[in-house]
Design a protein around this ligand. Structure first.
Ligand code: BGC
Length: 484
């Protein structure tokens, strides 16, 4: 069987047949800076482990390593009806989750499109929008009212410090969100107040990161699930740490927690290497960072997550245009517009099946930029998309490898969700190859001991299961990690 690496080399040769020497030379320069060798992956992983540990220490580090106050592994027998919401990039998802036990659950959901300007709206608009949407949902699903307040798990996919499961102090917005008046504050009372002023019978029982939800939902159905990962607009991972290995809990809560028990950790490893010690950043990565609303933050995320992949492609193309290698004499005013390419653009370019002509790519550039491309240019564009996608997939697995090495997992199911994982062509295969390169497995891909598997619905079922675990803890008279 031809390996992925061999196949990629064959594809490259076929793609670059007939390309002009000028374009070939530009492609080679970019290949040089965007290719991540197995040695580099190993070096990044080693540094990642030390950074995970630093994040758990009292002093802290770049990676926040936020204790998520999920102290139990779900048994699969949790039951009950819960509401869950997930504030995503484009939608607010509201889900009614029925946990049935026996590792089964059912969901009914509705998506409410977020207003266009929400990323930069006022805090009040955000909370009003969420509370109004919840009101509509509750009115529809409980037309004759409710006998008690409905417990809600709030999936809030931003770095939020938690001294309790029903608290979330936003450290900083990520993924292009920039809403004033929320950073540094607890978002739970903000939502609770907006609900109260509309008489919506809901109690926010738990605030959950999407990765923690993914971890718990996947563990509900798969005991081998060791991690919850999101490869989407942003990137991040969660796993269970042994409480005594979290020095920063000492003196604060440690006396109330079983030292040998578990604590879910929302790593927030999108912030990995904000000190710029190991990541092979290019001038384009520096530019993405400088032009973002939060320069200096989320260094890892800015190289690998969906929010930035199209932007990286745009910046490289613009640079090549300025150096007069492509689009000569064309009006490229639209290419100068930040974020004109979302992730679907490099994804579609990589999906273009007409390898000899790249017709879909031609149509895409005409449609989005109004630019006519020649075949030479399209081959370069295709190669760039491959390089950006391949780099992102390979770097993405350093977090997985680091957690496995830190926890001593020799086998693991790493449950993943998110648009890049689910929809970016080749991500899964390239990520598996990245893991192989780090661990030096001499095995067929089907036998790799650490595998990325599709996650269960983290922000729906996961949030509900965590809400159920929290209620169970409270009912057992243990209020550790629950704000009363
Ligand atoms: C956020 C994380 C989140 C990840 C994936 C990052 O930008 O900081 O909290 O888990 O995106 O959604």
């Amino acid at each position: 069987m031809v390996s992925l690496v061999e196949q990629a080399a064959i594809n490259r040769t076929n793609l670059l047949k007939g390309v002009s020497p000028e374009i070939l030379s530009e492609i080679e320069k970019i290949e040089e800076i965007l290719t991540v060798s197995p040695e580099t992956l190993k070096k990044i992983t080693a540094h990642f482990i030390t950074e995970l540990e630093k994040g758990l220490s009292k002093e802290g580090g770049n990676i926040p390593m936020i204790p998520g106050w999920v102290l139990e592994y779900p048994t699969g027998e949790e039951t009950g009806d819960y509401l869950a919401i997930d504030l995503g990039g484009t939608n607010l998802r509201v889900v009614l989750v029925k946990l049935l036990g026996g590792s089964k659950f059912e969901t009914e959901q509705h998506k409410y499109s977020l207003p266009d300007n929400i990323r930069t709206a006022k805090a009040e608009e955000l909370w009003s929008f969420i509370a109004d949407s919840l009101k509509v949902f509750v009115d529809q699903h409980f037309p004759s009212g409710t006998s008690k307040k409905l417990p809600l798990g709030f999936t809030f996919s931003y770095p939020a410090s938690q001294n309790a499961i029903n608290e979330g102090i936003l450290q900083r917005w990520t993924k292009g969100y920039d809403i004033d008046g929320v950073e540094g504050k607890d978002v739970v009372p903000m939502l609770q107040d907006a609900l109260a002023s509309r008489n919506v019978p809901i109690e926010v029982v738990a605030l959950i990161n999407d990765t923690t939800g993914t971890l718990v939902a996947s563990a509900y159905t798969d005991p081998e699930a060791k991690m919850g990962l999101i490869f989407g607009t942003g990137c991040n991972g969660a796993y269970y740490e042994v409480a005594k290995n979290i020095p920063k809990l000492e003196g604060k809560y440690a006396e109330d927690i079983d030292p040998n028990g578990l604590m879910a950790i929302n790593c927030e490893y999108g912030a990995f290497d904000n000190e710029h010690k190991v990541l092979p950043r290019t001038k384009y990565d520096l530019q993405v960072d400088e032009e973002s609303p939060r320069p200096g933050q989320q260094s890892f995320e800015k190289m690998i997550s969906g929010y930035y992949l199209g932007e990286l492609l745009r910046l490289i193309l613009l640079d090549l245009y300025h150096d007069q290698h492509i689009f000569k004499g064309a009006d490229v005013s639209l290419l100068s517009k930040p974020f004109i390419f979302d992730t679907s653009v490099p994804a579609k370019i990589e999906e273009d099946a007409s390898y000899e002509e790249l017709k879909d790519t031609e149509a895409l550039f005409k449609e989005i930029l109004g630019v006519e491309t020649n075949l030479n240019e399209r081959k370069l564009i295709r190669r760039l998309a491959e390089l950006i996608g391949n780099r992102a997939s390979r770097l993405s697995v350093c977090g997985i490898a680091a957690i496995c090495k830190k926890r001593g997992y020799e086998t693991a199911h790493c449950a993943a969700d998110g648009s890049v994982y689910n929809r970016y062509p080749g991500f899964k295969e390239r990520a598996a190859q990245g893991l192989r390169d780090i661990f030096d497995w001499d095995l067929e891909p089907k036998d790799y001991p650490i595998i990325i598997v599709p996650a269960q619905d983290g922000s729906g079922a996961g949030a509900a299961i965590i809400a159920a675990l929290t209620e169970k803890r409270l009912a057992a008279g243990k209020s550790v990690g629950i704000k009363q």
